[in-house]
Ligand binder design. Structure first.
Ligand code: PLP
Length: 383
């Protein structure tokens, strides 16, 4: 087959006229940091998820950090999470002095296996952080039942889950906190950014304080006409607020996410159809329960040849790829610090050697997917 001239990236944000218009309007408005547009963006997430509150932040990582702080997570606490996730979660747990307890995944979906959680719960367990991997909803009924039985917090890692529904409920709609990411490869982007959704009004207050220096009132109210510019600080906080100029981008993207996800789903459908039955390639599996997949990523597992070799060959065909994720229990500091239960993750280990994320983004064309599939078939045929 003919090799394409231009590089096909693994991901690319879709930024159109409406994004440029909203951002420009904000830039010209005289107020570009946290203000009314952040509130409007937060309201969109309340509407989407059915949660009672939403707090915008400058990354999902920052959101996870202040969420763990708001839950008073401290040394001695244990938090259950899959190892197959982005390192930021484990970093945030470690930075609170707590211990991540890794639970194995389901090889097909790469989601935490909820049937393995209970045996990992101890007197020190405080929370479960499931990840809706690649936009596949985790089995929330099982997780919610365990959380109730053992009085544990649940924080949904919804970084991949804009447009993910489990039994008719959007991620973030289960009554406990969820955290979304707007990093540029995500289903919508603000450049960098995140959103916490939750139902607890007291916790919302705490999060707003921690997000912005511990200052009680929003800057835009302090600096508005007749506003009182003085402030007090009840608890020391961080600087994790989202600026309005990014919320403007997010608001424009929120108008378009249904179209983005439809496109992602259509393209994933072509991958599934064209790559089916190839020996040495395992395709992503979808859960049996009622759900809507957000198709944030399309992750295949390659055993037909060595993954590094496979990646090099994709490069030869001018195709980009991603690796989601090097499992966190194999990261250097994690291995050194947390030595237990690491050998008990056979499915994570099995998947980790083989996973690779193929290009998938809303402006990708059907013929790009067909090109990738053809290239993969040729790579495998030629060994
Ligand atoms: C599963 C998961 N959790 C959390 C994050 C952190 O998101 P952010 O980059 O917005 O901090 C990411 C980002 O890639 C992610 O993939």
């Amino acid at each position: 087959m003919r090799i394409r001239k231009n590089f096909l990236p693994f991901s690319r944000p879709s930024i159109g006229k409406s994004e440029v218009k909203r951002v420009t309007t904000c830039l010209k408005s005289g107020w570009i940091t946290t203000g009314a547009l952040c509130r409007e963006f937060e309201d969109k997430f309340i509407e989407l998820t059915g949660s009672q509150h939403a707090v915008s932040v400058n990354s999902a990582t920052a959101g996870m950090y202040i969420m763990l702080s708001a839950l008073n997570i401290a040394p001695g606490d244990e938090i259950i999470t899959p190892s197959m996730t982005f390192a930021s979660t484990v970093n945030m747990i470690a930075l609170h002095g707590a211990k991540p307890v890794f639970v194995d995944i389901d090889y097909g979906t790469l989601n935490i296996n909820p049937d393995l959680i209970e045996e990992n719960i101890t007197k020190k367990t405080r929370a479960i952080i499931p990840v809706h991997f690649a936009g596949t909803p985790t089995d929330m009924d099982k997780i919610n039942n365990l959380a109730k039985k053992y009085n544990l917090a649940v924080i949904e890692d919804a970084a991949h889950a804009l447009g993910t529904y489990y039994k008719g409920i959007h991620a973030g709609g289960f009554g406990h906190p969820a955290i979304f990411s707007f990093h540029p490869i995500k289903n919508i982007t603000t450049g960098e950014g995140g959103m916490i959704t939750l139902n607890d009004a007291e916790m919302e207050k705490k999060l707003r304080l921690l997000r912005f220096h511990g200052i009680e009132r929003d800057a835009w109210k302090r600096y508005g006409k007749g506003g009182n510019p003085s402030y007090d600080i009840a608890v020391p906080g961080y600087k994790y607020n989202m600026p309005d100029v990014l919320a403007a981008l997010g608001l424009a993207q929120m108008e378009r996410w249904p179209e983005f996800n439809r496109k992602r789903s259509d393209l994933a459908g072509i991958y599934l159809e064209r790559l089916e039955g190839i020996s040495g390639i395992d395709l992503p599996q979808v859960p049996q329960y009622d759900h809507v997949h957000a198709w944030h990523l399309f992750v295949i597992k390659v055993s037909a040849l060595n993954r590094d070799e496979f990646m090099n060959k994709l490069s030869d065909y001018n195709i980009g790829y991603g690796l989601h994720f090097p499992p966190t229990h194999t990261l250097n500091y994690v291995k050194e610090r947390y030595t237990e239960n690491i050998s008990l993750l056979p499915e994570t280990e099995r998947a980790a050697q083989k996973i690779i994320s193929l290009p998938l983004f809303p402006d990708m064309r059907e013929k790009d997917v067909q090109y990738v599939c053809k290239a993969i078939k040729e790579i495998i045929k030629n060994g």
